[in-house]
Ligand binder design. Structure first.
Ligand SMILES: [Zn+2]
Length: 311
């Protein structure tokens, strides 16, 4: 173990219990529902018919499939299930059937679910902006879960209920992996993590009704309003795919997370970090461009991944 690594390990040994609190306290979701739906809409548009059919057959086995159809509003049931699945891992944060490990008693397991844990640690990985050491443990495990879930979804010998449980998570986490602040946190001199910008208050003059918010929430909300759906969702997805071409390579979950970490290190934080910084027009325009590009890339990559796993 090098001297630096020893020092780093000590540093983290001190702050890890604090980061573990993040798993329990992590208040914001991820991209809001709009970000996840846009990525899912783009993915749907780019999947071939056999992949769409395979996705639909898996999601039909999900215990909440019928509930999702209540929100179809005349849309294709397969597309409805796919869009609803993309936000399902966030929806269960407010669902009383589920519980948060470490702060709530387990709730009784409903048919079709492995258990009712909310798995808040699956949504992110905690890597310090500017530098990180791959050997350091993170309370968040999105990197490992993306790999594990893809394996389950792609394995035709797995139980249908296991694949139906894994697929909404996989759809959702491909989106989260592209949100820069789901891959990075800034650490203060006291060793405390800002929890992916959740503990950074900013003033956002471009959102006059809720100008004081967390930096994490600011990024989550950039792709669009949470109610974005229907024809406006479709036109948003079309506009984004005409603006941003398919990424040269689909890449791996590790590469998507590395990209997010790099973006977070360079562009996610306003330059002034003390007090509550005010978002400038330049910062806002750049952040909007990054967020739009990332949800579009997530959509293209989700389509490629599912096609590779299911065709
Ligand atoms: Zn999430």
């Amino acid at each position: 173990m090098t001297a630096r690594r020893t020092m780093v390990a000590k540093f983290f040994g001190r702050l890890l219990p604090m980061s573990l609190l993040w798993v329990l306290a992590f208040p914001a979701a991820a991209w809001n529902a709009a970000g996840h739906r846009i990525s899912a809409m783009i993915a749907w548009e780019h999947m071939d018919a056999p992949t769409r059919n395979a996705v639909a057959a898996i999601l039909e086995q999900h215990p909440d499939f019928e509930h999702w159809q209540l929100r179809a509003n005349g849309a294709d049931p397969d597309l409805t299930a796919f869009l609803e699945a993309s936000t399902w891992p966030d929806d269960i944060r407010r669902d009383k059937r589920f519980y948060t490990a470490g702060s709530e008693e387990p709730t009784s397991t409903q048919p079709g679910f492995p258990d009712m844990e909310r798995r808040l640690s699956w949504h992110f990985v905690d890597r310090p902006v500017g530098w990180y050491d791959r050997l350091l443990p993170s309370p968040g495990v999105i990197d490992r879960q993306l790999v594990a879930l893809a394996r389950i979804v792609g394995d035709r010998k797995e139980k249908p209920s296991a694949r139906a449980y894994a697929l909404p998570w996989l759809i959702h986490l491909v989106g989260d992996a592209h949100q820069p602040l789901h891959a990075a946190s800034r650490y203060g001199p006291d060793g405390r993590s800002d929890q992916g910008g959740n503990r950074v208050t900013i003033n956002n003059p471009f959102q006059p009704h809720a100008s004081s918010t967390s930096l994490h929430r600011y990024w989550d909300d950039l792709p669009g309003p949470p109610w974005l759906n229907g024809s406006r969702l479709h036109s948003t997805a079309i506009a984004l795919t005409s603006r941003y071409a398919t990424p040269a390579a689909t890449g791996t979950p590790e590469q998507w997370i590395d990209e997010s970490w790099q973006i977070a290190s360079e562009h996610a934080y306003p330059p002034e970090i003390d007090a509550a910084p005010t978002i400038t027009a330049d910062f806002h325009n750049q952040a909007l461009t990054i967020a739009n590009r990332r949800v579009t890339e997530a959509g293209y990559r989700l389509a490629a991944l599912l096609q590779q796993l299911l065709r």
